[in-house]
Design a protein around this ligand. Structure first.
Ligand code: HEC
Ligand code: HEC
Length: 171
């Protein structure tokens, strides 16, 4: 093969690979991040008091328990009409950590003992192990609030992106 042809083939394969990556063909970080998912009712009802938590952060049994106790939701009454509650519960279950095929959701899911039904993402073993270098006083900063405010430090959190390269702790 002529040198210039080899060069041309090399360039073509590089550009098509990066196009595939950029378009999310393999998912960012090769399937590590959660896919972006959405539902209008979930978006409207579950983001008025805090950020939207991606369904892939907790297993189905956690979402079912959380959705079954909205009248006593972390000290707040977050009750919904039966139809809205059922639709959001279905959406969360369908996209939950034990139904997802990305590495991140699997890590969250595997870190939860089979007999446990956590309601807080921030109390899962995987979360705790990944944040052992973030101090309690950092989480309490005015610009952050608590460990539950993922979006303060992970700007892609609501879309399911927790890539290390995007982490930025605000002052
Ligand atoms: C009326 C306000 C309100 C609404 C509406 C609400 N929440 Fe919450 N939620 C809270 C509060 C308060 C907390 C505790 C926050 C903290 O400790 O920082 C919380 C915490 C959570 C947590 C635990 C976060 C963690 O890892 O510590 C999850 C998960 C959650 N909410 C899901 C939902 C879902 C799903 C909906 C929609 C059905 C919803 N919330 C609607 C007030 C609300
Ligand atoms: C105070 C800022 C802060 C908050 C709030 C926060 N994180 Fe993080 N997170 C970090 C830092 C710092 C790291 C470590 C990054 C590294 O290893 O380079 C991290 C790492 C992670 C990782 C592992 C990234 C990787 O590829 O290794 C995940 C997953 C994650 N966070 C999820 C969450 C979730 C879910 C929430 C909310 C429930 C949250 N984080 C809240 C700062 C934060």
């Amino acid at each position: 093969m002529k040198k210039w042809m080899q060069f041309l083939i090399l360039i073509c394969s590089i550009t098509s690979t990066s196009a595939l990556l950029a378009s999310g063909g393999l998912g960012e970080d090769g399937g590590k991040q959660m896919p972006e998912v959405t539902n209008a009712k979930w978006k409207a009802e579950c983001s008025s008091c805090h950020m939207l938590y991606h369904p892939g952060l907790l297993p189905e049994r956690s979402w079912n328990k959380l959705m079954g106790g909205l009248d006593k939701h972390f000290g707040e009454n977050a009750s919904l009409d039966a139809e809205t509650q059922a639709e959001i519960t279905r959406f969360l279950a369908l996209n939950s950590a034990d139904k997802q095929d990305n590495r991140r959701s699997k890590r969250f899911n595997q870190s939860i003992p089979a007999n446990a039904i956590p309601l807080r993402i921030s109390e899962t073993r995987y979360f705790v192990s990944k944040h052992d270098e973030v101090s309690a006083t950092t989480f309490k900063r005015k610009s952050i609030g608590s460990a539950a405010n993922c979006a303060a430090c992970h700007k892609g959190a609501e879309k399911g992106n927790f890539s290390e390269s995007q982490v930025k702790i605000p002052r």
